[in-house]
Design a protein around this ligand. Sequence first.
Ligand SMILES: [Zn+2]
Length: 350
Amino acid sequence: MPLLARTVATPIAIEVRPGAVESLAPLLKDGRISQGGKLAIVIGPGHGEMIAEGLAGSLPSASIHVVAGGTLDAALALIQGLRGDFYDAVVGIGGGRTVDAAKYAASMVGLPFVSVATTLTHDGLASPVATLEANGRKASFGVHVPIAVVVDIEQVRSAPIEHVRSGVGDVLSNLSAIADWELSVREHGGGMDGLAVSLARTAGEAILDLAPGTDRFLTTLAEALILSGIAMTVAGTSRPCSGACHEISHALDAFHGSPGLHGAQVAFGARFATWLRGDDELFDVLDASMRVHHLPRSPADLGIDRDAFVDAVVEAPRTRPDRYTVLEYLDLTPAQVGEQIDAYLDTLDR
Ligand SMILES: [Zn+2]
């Protein structure tokens, strides 16, 4: 009988709970990732050191590598360090930038990667993508899917509130990204990946009406970010989680010095893209959720002026030449972008 199913590469272990970091050693052993604990533990500057110290007792054979931040140079220096010895796996502990640098380095040296998130700023914790700064710009690199993902809710709870809000924004933007993907298929054909859409949309919907401030909320957010990462792996592209929302954010990064955290910028972009598509129903629920989570709705909220917003929207399609979204569909001239943005700003209580 033919096996009528497809195989999806996913992490073999996912653990989301308070105190999850402490169970790293048994998780690695039970998952057959590392029996003897010969690991390269990568931490960033900040409280990663404290976490690594706490692990020293249960993982005595592990060695600590400090990565300077989320740049390509920092990741390349880490690769040199990893080549100096032999390891079962690389464990990246920290926020988005540290995890991204460690994920990229692990992929380059051909070692399994264990993602240990202490903040929930974006959907990179389980995704096959690493975002690193290179030559003053953020670039996305394809990497191997993490072999295990651990989110310690206790750590996440004490992270700055802006980090959590950024995570919310990145998940919410899935809903706009999927609408852009549907538009692309309507206009140009090609298929949508139904499984990837189900995962990405369920993640967005799960967070939409959830009030912040509880462990239940943080757990759902962590799982929604993990589902988003798996949606990208399933689709073989970032499409289920990235549309015009992300193009606008990439332009803000490239030409306007990244005025906000990634998730704040993509939520800002998703709100505008949804308005452009004339999707009132999605717009209203997105807007309500963004108000609850204090995500930037106006350019002023993001710390930019109207002209910078116009520039970012004009430049946005250039940042992902192969992507078709509402921006490429409307194909507005710079003057028309200005008119649309003025009409959009009129709907805001500026
Ligand atoms: Zn994103």
